[in-house]
Design a protein around this ligand. Structure first.
Ligand SMILES: [Zn+2]
Length: 395
């Protein structure tokens, strides 16, 4: 085990992020999205893995999307999955979200492929984790038509900037309090509609119409997480046996500053098991291991590996004793990555994350660049992932 984790090469992780950093969005930059997919596939091949491209289409678009898979051995089941997404939002280079995770996944693949007995491990890099692109297109077209955004997606007046932000923040507050999607959008709209110009009102109505139809659970795979949701549905059809999933989501940012760490509503660090976390000072220098009722054992194992001599990675284990439906109601933020479609099907899955927007000031912005990242931290997360896979595959 110790020898295996020593093989992790932080320089390789850095070089992966160097190469895949850049906007990878199906509408704004489809070429870079494809290049990243090709890069991931060719790296898998370099390490001697078998590869597969799972292609699919979505309603309202001619584009073909692809999830990239690499697996060790002959594809025997049950399998352990290590996953990441390679797409970004329309405006961000995504060094942390999710270049950091793609890099860790690739390095874990390289190391595990060199092991004598790694078990059945499949690495999957998903596309379309972020907001469904036809919705992005729709709001962009509408905004341009109404003259309230420009070609660079900037609001053309301060009034619009202020009002749209207000609208979205009211919606998200309601959603995080467990209100239904329809109610969250409609009530928020009612509260601000008198302050809106005609164009702003039309724009808000368009956004509301396209998004409020998703329920607390149907947004998973509808509004976002489209690639992983497709993968899971296909896996269920093919009756694939999946023993567990380690989903890496935005894993590269730490801060030593006091009060640099926030958590979603209803979650407080002192209610969860942790290791070397300065909870009272709210210092954001730990990895968060998020498990649901089905993945408690896997979560426990990952945490055990974080404590290994030679890793010693501080963690907060957000051990949620609930299943998907209840989590969707009360802890919506914990569904915001590709483990969520697995949770919905009761497949044990973890989200491993630096907590993204609850810590990282540059989340989903143009400033999500390589210079912000803590590569020693990413290395440790990679090591803990490898160690977990090696033990879990024996169980
Ligand atoms: Zn992400």
């Amino acid at each position: 085990m110790i020898d295996s984790i020593k093989k992790v090469d932080v320089e390789r992780i850095y070089q992966h992020v160097m190469l895949i950093e850049g906007v990878k969005h199906p509408i704004v930059n489809p070429e870079r999205l494809d290049e990243a997919a090709d890069y991931i596939k060719s790296e898998f091949e370099k390490y001697g893995l078998n590869t597969n491209e799972q292609t699919f289409k979505i309603e309202g678009s001619d584009m073909t999307f692809k999830n990239i898979e690499g697996y060790i051995g002959d594809g025997s089941q049950p399998e352990i999955l290590v996953t990441s997404h390679y797409d970004t939002t329309r405006n961000t280079p995504g060094a942390n979200d999710n270049g950091s995770a793609v890099a860790a996944m690739l390095e874990a693949a390289r190391v595990l492929a060199s092991e004598e007995n790694p078990g059945n491990v499949r690495f999957v890099s998903f596309t379309l984790e972020e907001l469904q692109p036809t919705l992005v297109q729709l709001s962009r077209d509408k905004g341009l038509e109404l003259g309230i955004i420009d070609e660079d997606y900037r609001y053309t007046s301060y009034h619009t900037h202020k009002m749209i932000k207000k609208f979205f923040s009211k919606v998200s507050v309601r959603l995080s309090k467990g209100k239904s999607s329809l109610e969250s959008w409609e009530k928020s709209f009612d509260e601000i509609k008198d302050e809106l110009t005609d164009s702003e009102r039309k724009y808000c109505e368009c956004i509301m119409k396209s998004r409020s139809k998703f329920t607390r659970t149907s947004w998973v795979g509808g509004l976002a997480l489209v690639g992983s949701d497709h993968w899971v549905k296909q896996a269920i059809k093919e009756k694939r046996e999946i023993k567990g999933v380690i989903n890496l989501e935005t894993i590269g940012y730490t801060s030593k500053r006091k009060n640099s760490q926030f958590l979603p509503p209803l979650m407080h660090p002192i209610i969860f098991p942790s290791y070397k976390v300065k909870a009272r000072k709210r210092i954001g220098d730990f990895i968060s291991v998020v498990s649901d009722k089905n993945s408690k054992e896997l979560g426990k194992l990952f945490c055990k590996k974080c404590k290994l001599e030679g890793i010693k990675l501080p963690y907060l284990w957000a051990r949620i004793p609930l299943r998907f439906e209840k989590i969707a109601k009360w802890l919506m933020d914990t569904l915001r990555s590709d483990h969520a479609p697995f949770w919905r099907k009761n497949i044990p899955a973890l989200m491993i994350t630096d907590t993204a927007n609850f810590r990282y000031p540059y989340y989903h912005t143009e400033a999500d660049t390589i210079d912000k990242l803590d590569f020693d931290f990413i290395m440790k997360v990679t090591q803990a992932t490898i160690a977990t896979v090696l033990e879990f595959s024996l169980l």
